[in-house]
Design a protein around this ligand. Structure first.
Ligand code: BES
Ligand code: MN
Ligand code: ZN
Length: 500
């Protein structure tokens, strides 16, 4: 879809529909809403007065004013009450309006960005509007061959402004949001893709594709031989049960000075997690194609970082494999020697994410990083704790966690901290090895992080457990059910806060 900014007011703009966001229970129609109302002989006021539309979150109304406008339709979209998570309200309202326009099979929509309407700066609100439209309209129909003619896509979203020259900040916020949405869509597509079409080698090929033609972005892919030479036996152990060979993807973005220590992002890349010999139940096992959502978030983030020319160095590490119960598979009780040299008793082969992350976190140390963030669909326990609403956050550095919270506030990708007290580390002690990979169900999200901590080097570290929000079973305002692409917007914002 083409997103553009141009000069003009609502009344003079020609599109298939104008979008008019409205706050709940606001008495007067001021500004653009007032002008539109006047131009249409009171069409907007009338629907509000009738109570058919009141500006409630998620609600829309379509008007056909007939006179006064160069656009045929007016889509009113509710923002809910003022003062409640405004950017999220804007994302949701624009997603709802865009879906309405798509349902009507329209091609173009327009909105007049009006100074003073939102509590937030206009540029921010406009960025949120773009996110709402683009992310709310996401679909994944690569494998649908039937009824193609029934599908319809919106072609253009124009943001107009009364100013002579559209303000620089507005234009750049809109462009930035558009680029970030490309990265979110990229991540969603990877997560949506079934495991037979996205093997570890395919994921590596996608990383190679990203680096091609992007300035400052390079890629290196390690195969199983190279991993064996280095001693990445935790990752190799997980891969043993599958016929597909594992890969270790390294994406390097150089936007800072040559010698600046990089921020390292580590993403869990299980292209399919059956549980291995500790096999998962059949129900919903298909959703485990999404167990590479962490890797997708990291790849999407590097894509956006390069496209936005962020002024810092970033390395993305994505260990990727399948977890299957083949004849050569890991068995409960097996002991592995990880890259860090620590030995791991594998008491449950379904706790495989932490095994591959252990080697990646040890590898990260060799990059002398300024900070390391890992992101993973790590535990069902985190879903029990937070549902699909929030990311579980744990870590060793208050400064990093603070930045992550700030990024979370700005993006609406919510994080919630769980405690990583020393007592939890007691629970993963093994009788036969240095650590065991599972401490059972209680406190499972935390004991998983406590396990990771054993492999964290001498660097500030934050762990994000996205098991809940990575895959939605119900539509949300601007996230259609399925792959959410969570983490991309959060990490891009985090990196922006990290930039010098
Ligand atoms: N990939 C799963 C976690 C998961 C579960 C993500 C459901 C999304 C939805 C992970 O590899 C896993 O199986 N974790 C186990 C750990 C347990 C065996 C200690 C879990 O959470 O049950
Ligand atoms: Mn598992
Ligand atoms: Zn898993």
């Amino acid at each position: 879809m083409k997103i553009s900014v141009s000069r003009g007011s609502s009344v003079e703009t020609q599109a298939d529909a104008l979008i008019l966001p409205i706050y709940e229970d606001e008495k007067e129609l001021r500004g653009a809403a007032g002008i539109l109302d006047e131009a249409t002989s009171g069409a907007v006021g009338a629907v509000l007065k009738a109570g058919d539309f009141r500006g409630k979150r998620g609600k829309t109304a379509v008007l056909y004013p007939d006179v006064g406008l160069r656009s045929r339709r007016l889509i009113l979209t509710g923002l809910g009450k003022r003062g409640e998570q405004e950017a999220e309200a804007v994302r949701g309202a624009f997603a709802a309006a865009a879906r309405e326009a798509r349902n009507l099979r329209l091609s173009t929509v327009a909105w007049e960005a009006e100074e003073g309407f939102f509590d937030a700066p206009l540029a921010e609100a406009a960025g949120a509007a773009v996110e709402g439209v683009r992310l709310g309209l996401y679909t994944f129909d690569r494998f649908k061959t039937q009824n193609k003619e029934e599908r319809h896509d919106l072609e253009g979203f124009t943001i107009t402004t009364g100013a002579k020259n559209p303000p620089k900040e507005l234009v750049s916020a809109v462009e930035r949001a558009d680029v970030i949405c490309d990265a979110v869509v990229f991540a969603r597509d990877l997560v949506s893709t079934p495991a037979n079409h996205l093997t570890p080698r395919d994921l590596a090929a996608a990383a190679v594709g990203l680096a091609k033609g992007r300035k400052g972005l390079g890629v290196q892919v390690m195969d199983e031989k190279e991993m064996a030479k280095r001693g990445m036996n935790a990752l190799l152990g997980v891969a043993k049960g599958s016929a597909q060979p594992p890969r270790f993807i390294i994406l390097k973005y150089t936007g800072g000075k040559r010698k600046d220590p990089p921020v390292v992002l580590v993403g869990k890349g299980l292209t399919f997690d059956s549980g291995g010999i500790s096999l998962k139940p059949a129900e919903k096992m298909d959703e485990m194609k999404s167990d590479m959502a962490g890797a997708a978030a990291v790849m999407g983030t590097l894509r956006a970082a390069a496209d936005l020319s962020l002024p810092l160095n970033i390395v993305g590490l994505c260990p990727t494999t399948e977890n299957l119960p083949g004849g050569n598979a890991l068995k409960p009780g097996d002991v592995l020697t990880s890259l860090a040299g620590k030995t791991i008793e594998v008491v449950n082969t379904d706790a495989e994410g932490r095994l591959i992350l252990a080697d990646a976190l040890a590898y990260a140390q060799t990059l002398k990083p300024a900070a390391v963030v890992d992101i993973a669909t790590l535990t069902g326990a985190c879903i029990v704790a937070l549902g699909d609403i929030a990311i579980g956050m744990m870590g060793t550095d208050e400064g990093l966690k603070g930045k992550m919270r700030a990024a979370s506030e700005r993006t609406g990708e919510r994080v919630w901290e769980l405690p990583l007290w020393r007592e939890y580390e007691e629970l993963i002690k093994s009788d036969v090895a240095d650590v065991k990979n599972s401490a059972g169900r209680y406190g499972g999200a935390i004991t998983a992080a406590a396990f990771l901590k054993q492999f964290v080097g001498d660097y500030p570290w934050v762990h994000l457990d996205i098991a809940g929000p990575a895959w939605l079973t119900k539509d949300r305002p601007y996230i259609p059910k399925g792959a959410s692409g969570i983490g991309v917007r959060l990490l891009v914002e985090f990196l922006a806060l990290f930039s010098p």
